[in-house]
Every structure is written in structure tokens, then in C-alpha cells.
Design a binder for this molecule. Structure first.
Ligand code: NAD
Ligand code: DAU
Length: 350
């Protein structure tokens, strides 16, 4: 079996659902269930004996040791993190705790377990860390995309803690020989995306008749990837990636935030027209995010060249599917937008 951390969050849950739909191998899903973790995303796995859920904090070494000893995974896929840049600006402490101390604790538990394995199992064991393009900092309009050798220059507390996590993973390979793999991916979007991030926030606000808050001038660029394409990239790297290597994952879809919001409004105008006017009428420009990175762009050629991976969705097909998913799954949105979530949104956009 494989041990997945953060498998009740957006990408982790998509990964678990995808993994169990394409193969036979079991998953031990380890998640603390913070505000971002939702078991309702995994409802379809109820009664599925190939999925075991453990509500555990990755900072809890004793609990992790117990899980490794009991389940004996052949690989770890590490998603668990505090992941929202705006929250890291408001309160960085949880980010240092989970993203740095948590990764360190998980690495220590994995290393202790790995050391006890027979040689053959030791050789095939993998620790895959899921990371972000934000560790590379911000690009100018003419700069080449981030490659695997771009120097790290994280700008937010979130990206600084993810960079620290990446460095620890690298060090555990270099120093102890732990067979690690790291993926650095661009912005994901798709089903089960928590509605505090740009795309789901815009869809849910649009449908609720609320304003669509665009930071600054809306010209910041992100490189978007449909979430199941990220999942297939992780599977590929886990299967055939070379220990110690880093792989960039991206969708070749650079868009300004304004382009994204316009496209979302147009899709909603088409799929769920308002009585009068366009969803674009709800757009509002608001105060910029402090230290807001201007542009991210990923060069994913290494993954294509060495492991034969390519995204299946274009931005247009992926975004249409996403909007349709939110239209069809309002109960999921209502379920995850808890009191704590509403409190944060109230403070942040006040
Ligand atoms: P998310 O915030 O939706 O989910 C994070 C999950 O981790 C939640 O289920 C949460 O309960 C769990 N978690 C948090 N702290 C924990 C702890 N201490 N112990 C155990 N579980 C804990 O995040 P996401 O968007 O799904 O991102 C998953 C991973 O992918 C993160 O490592 C993130 O940095 C990385 N990533 C995200 C994106 C993106 O666009 N969302 C892009 C590239 C990389
Ligand atoms: O690049 C990968 C990263 O993408 C991941 O590592 C992070 O975990 C993930 O949250 C995401 O970070 P971003 O900061 O790029 O995503 P977010 O959805 O918060 O914002 C996307 C862009 O939209 C960014 O330029 C800020 C802008 N934005 C965001 C919100 C929430 C707005 O203009 N208005 C908003 O209300």
C-alpha cells in the first residue's frame, strides 16, 4: 500500500480518488482535518476496504511511527500542508509548524522505518514530496519559465516554508540516501477545490450574487493545470522517477487573473445565465495582496522528455468541466464553507 498525507484536501483527495479508480493498490490516508480537509470529498469511498483513513497530525511522531509499523507502506506521497498564501500572510505560524516541522517529522518517521526494511524493499521504497512553483519566486514578463535548476527565491511565508520543506527532502536523499522524489507544480484547479482560492471563490461568489474580488490590477499571471493532470504526473513520477530528482509539473497555460475571471464569467453566462446582465458586472478591483508575485510559469519539458508525461486537458476544457462540477455540486460547497471559513472570508475581504 501507499501512505498519502493530506488526502482529504483538494489535490490529495483527487489523487486518492484517481489512484483507487485506476489500480488495485490500497491507500492509507493520513490527514489532520484542518479547515481545508473534508471527508465529504471522499464519501464515494465509504465501505471501500482499499481506503483507510487516519486522522493524524504529521507533526505527531509517535502516531506516524505506529502507522508505518502497522501498515508497512512501500511509498509515501506527501501532500499535507498549509497551502493558502493569504492565510500565510495573516498568520504564518501554522505554516512553519506543518510545512517545516511536519515535513521534518514525516521524513524522520519514514527514514526510521525505511532503515529497518530488507534490502530489496529498501531499494524500491519512495518518498514523494508534492511541492509548488512558488518556491522559485516571481518572473518578469520576458523571463524564461521556471526549470528544475532555477534558484529558489520564495517571497511569501507559504512559499518560504515549502522551500524549507523541499530542502529537507533534498538533504534526506543526499545525506541518508532516502529515495526521495520532488515535484514542483503550478496552480491547480478542478473539482473539490476549497472556495477560498481564486477559481472556486469566483464561481461560488458569482452564483451567490456576491462581488468578484480581483487583487490589484488583475494582471498577475499564473500557469494553470487541471488537477487530474497533476495526479497523473505524480503517478508517473512515483512509478518511474529517479530517486533524488526534481520534476516540474505545469499545464503550459499562462493566464492573467483578469483573463481567468472573464472566462469564468463567460462560461457561467453560457451555462447558468442570470435573469439580466452578465456575471462580469460583479467584478470588483480590491487592495493588492502584500508581496504579490507577478508571474509564475513552469517549464515541464523534463517530465515529458524523461517520463513521457503530458497534460490531457486544455485550460478551456478543464475550466468548463470545473464550472459544470460546481454547478452540479452545490451541496459539497455548502458542506465545506463552515463557520470558521465564513469568519476568515469576512475578515479578509472586509
Ligand atoms: P489543501 O489546503 O486543499 O489541503 C491540505 C490538506 O492537508 C488538508 O486536507 C489538511 O487537513 C491537511 N493538513 C494540513 N495540515 C496537516 C497536518 N499538520 N497533518 C496532517 N494533515 C494536514 O492543499 P492542496 O491545494 O490540496 O495542496 C496539496 C499540496 O500540493 C500542498 O503541499 C501544496 O503546497 C501543493 N501544491 C498545491 C498547488 C495548488 O494549486 N493547490 C499547486 C502546487 C503544489
Ligand atoms: O502556484 C502554485 C500555488 O497556487 C500553490 O502552491 C498554492 O498552494 C495555491 O494556493 C496557489 O497559490 P496562488 O496564490 O497562486 O493561488 P490563489 O488562488 O490564492 O490566487 C491566484 C491568483 O489570484 C493570485 O494572483 C491572487 C489572485 N486572487 C486570489 C484571490 C483568492 C485574487 O485576485 N482575488 C482573490 O480573491
Amino acid at each position: 500500500m501507499i501512505l498519502v498525507t493530506g488526502g482529504a484536501g483538494f489535490i490529495g483527495a483527487n489523487f486518492v480518488l484517481d489512484w483507487l479508480s485506476v489500480g488495485d493498490e490500497s491507500v492509507l490516508n493520513v490527514d489532520k482535518l484542518t479547515y481545508a480537509g473534508n471527508l465529504s470529498t471522499l464519501k464515494s469511498l465509504q465501505g471501500n476496504e482499499k481506503h483507510t483513513f487516519a486522522q493524524v497530525d504529521i507533526c505527531d511522531r509517535a502516531a506516524l511511527d505506529k502507522l508505518f509499523a502497522e501498515y508497512r507502506p512501500r511509498a509515501v506521497v506527501h501532500f499535507a500542508a498549509e497551502s493558502h498564501v493569504d492565510r500565510s500572510i495573516d498568520g504564518p505560524a501554522d505554516f512553519v509548524q506543518t510545512n517545516v516541522v511536519g515535513t521534518f517529522t514525516l521524513l524522520e518517521a519514514a527514514r526510521a522505518y525505511w532503515t529497518t526494511l530488507p534490502e530489496a524493499e529498501k531499494a524500491v521504497f519512495r518518498f514523494l514530496a508534492v511541492s509548488t512553483d512558488e518556491v522559485f519566486g516571481s518572473l518578469g514578463p520576458q523571463d524564461p519559465q521556471f526549470s528544475e535548476t532555477t534558484p529558489y527565491a520564495p517571497n511569501s511565508p507559504y512559499s518560504a516554508t515549502k522551500a524549507a520543506s523541499d530542502h529537507l527532502v533534498r538533504a534526506y536523499h543526499h545525506t541518508y540516501g532516502l529515495p526521495t522524489l520532488t515535484t514542483n507544480c503550478s496552480n491547480n484547479y478542478g473539482p473539490y477545490h476549497f472556495p477560498e482560492k481564486l477559481i472556486p471563490l469566483m464561481i461560488t461568489n458569482a452564483l451567490a450574487g456576491k462581488s468578484l474580488p480581483i487583487y490589484g490590477d488583475g494582471q498577475n499571471v499564473r500557469d494553470w493545470l487541471y488537477v487530474t493532470d497533476h495526479c497523473s504526473a505524480i503517478r508517473r513520477v512515483l512509478e518511474s522517477g529517479k530517486p533524488g530528482e526534481v520534476y516540474n509539473v505545469g499545464g503550459w497555460n499562462e493566464k492573467t487573473n483578469l483573463d481567468v475571471v472573464h472566462t469564468l464569467c463567460d462560461l457561467l453566462d453560457d451555462l447558468k445565465p442570470k435573469a439580466d446582465g452578465s456575471y462580469r458586472d460583479q467584478m470588483t478591483f480590491i487592495k493588492d495582496r502584500p508581496g504579490h508575485d507577478r508571474r509564475y510559469a513552469i517549464d515541464a519539458r523534463k517530465l515529458e522528455r524523461e517520463l513521457g508525461w503530458k497534460p490531457a486537458e486544455t485550460f478551456e476544457t478543464g475550466l468548463r468541466k470545473t464550472v459544470q462540477w460546481y454547478l452540479d455540486n452545490q451541496p459539497w460547497v455548502d458542506d465545506v464553507t463552515s463557520g470558521e471559513y465564513r469568519k476568515w472570508v469576512g475578515q479578509h475581504y472586509a
